[in-house]
Design a protein around this ligand. Structure first.
Ligand SMILES: O=c1[nH]c(=O)c2[nH]c(=O)[nH]c2[nH]1
Length: 286
């Protein structure tokens, strides 16, 4: 029985690239975690110890830093596209290059009512992401966010569910709905997109929809959020969610002679329901 090399790729993971724009006293900061990978005809490196076609991961890392200087970081997407194209073109054996970027946001520290020129505080909350794939047939851009933690203290129920002999869950007419949202959306085109504006708008649509729609289940809320994004953004044809249901259980305060009409909860960290869904524009492959 023969043995052969299966799928493989290689690259530099998690280069922490911080770009400061300091052309004026008012500095700007972009803080990125960059991972690159190449795939293609790299069999000889695995089977013959032949590195002649291997662009070192060290070079990939160097390019990530050099391009932050050379081209700046207008958006994670623009940066990932130019980096991905370069790595692909620099490596004849490559069939494709992938660049993944997570961006950590910083806000200006407010002093006497205005934002400081060069002192920043890391914004809590979500991480912005993009994944760019460069290959001869197709370039794709998937952007998204992670760790967007949201909660609504009413406007959510869960009832009418299937029951069997192991079901103990009580129907909930009015519960807390909370999740730590992961969303990834796919751009159908990428030549004329204002990436930063598109990100800000998708985020705003997700939050507004979460806030203003009544929830009969997290599944319904995810679907409504995805639908709202696709309705508002014709440049996006698919959005996927991964949403842990961060359960909040009402605490029984009766032993202490206290009532508890939806006021005191225990936030359970695990286990959690994990709801995943993709919302797709009609006619698009999912
Ligand atoms: O929104 C919910 N969806 C479920 O599928 C589910 N299952 C469960 O126990 N609680 C919930 N809540």
């Amino acid at each position: 029985m023969g043995i052969r090399l299966g799928p493989n790729r290689y690259g530099k993971a998690e280069s922490r690239v911080v770009r400061i724009v300091r052309d004026t006293p008012r500095h700007e900061i972009r803080d990125l975690n960059v991972s690159t990978a190449l795939y293609g005809d790299f069999a000889a490196a695995h089977t013959d110890g032949d590195q002649s076609q291997v662009l070192p991961t060290d070079t990939q890392k160097n390019t990530a830093f050099a391009f932050a200087k050379k081209y700046g970081v207008d958006s994670p997407e623009d940066y990932a596209l130019v980096l991905g194209r370069r790595l692909f073109e620099a490596t004849p054996a490559a069939h494709g290059a992938m660049v993944k970027v997570s961006e950590y946001a910083w806000d200006r520290i407010r002093v006497d009512g205005s934002g400081h020129d060069h002192a920043f505080v890391r914004r809590g909350g979500e991480v912005r992401t993009t994944a760019v794939h460069v290959s001869p047939g197709r370039t794709s851009v998937d952007s998204g966010l992670r760790e967007l933690v949201v909660l609504k203290s009413t406007g959510s129920e869960f009832k009418g569910f299937l029951r069997d002999e192991y079901t103990t869950l009580a129907e909930a007419d009015d519960r807390i709905l909370a999740t730590e949202l992961q969303a990834d959306w796919r751009y159908s085109r990428f030549d004329d997109i204002d990436w930063n504006a598109s990100y800000a708008s998708v985020r705003a649509v997700l939050l507004a929809t979460f806030a203003t729609t009544y929830s009969r289940a997290l599944q319904e809320t995810l679907y409504l959020m995805g639908k709202a994004v696709l309705e508002a953004h014709d440049e996006i044809d698919l959005i996927s969610f991964k949403a842990p249901n961060k359960h909040h259980f009402l605490v029984d305060l009766e032993p202490f002679g206290l009532d508890n009409p939806g006021e005191v909860f225990i936030a359970a960290d695990r286990p959690y329901g994990l709801i995943e869904a993709t919302v797709v524009r009609d006619g698009e492959p999912s």
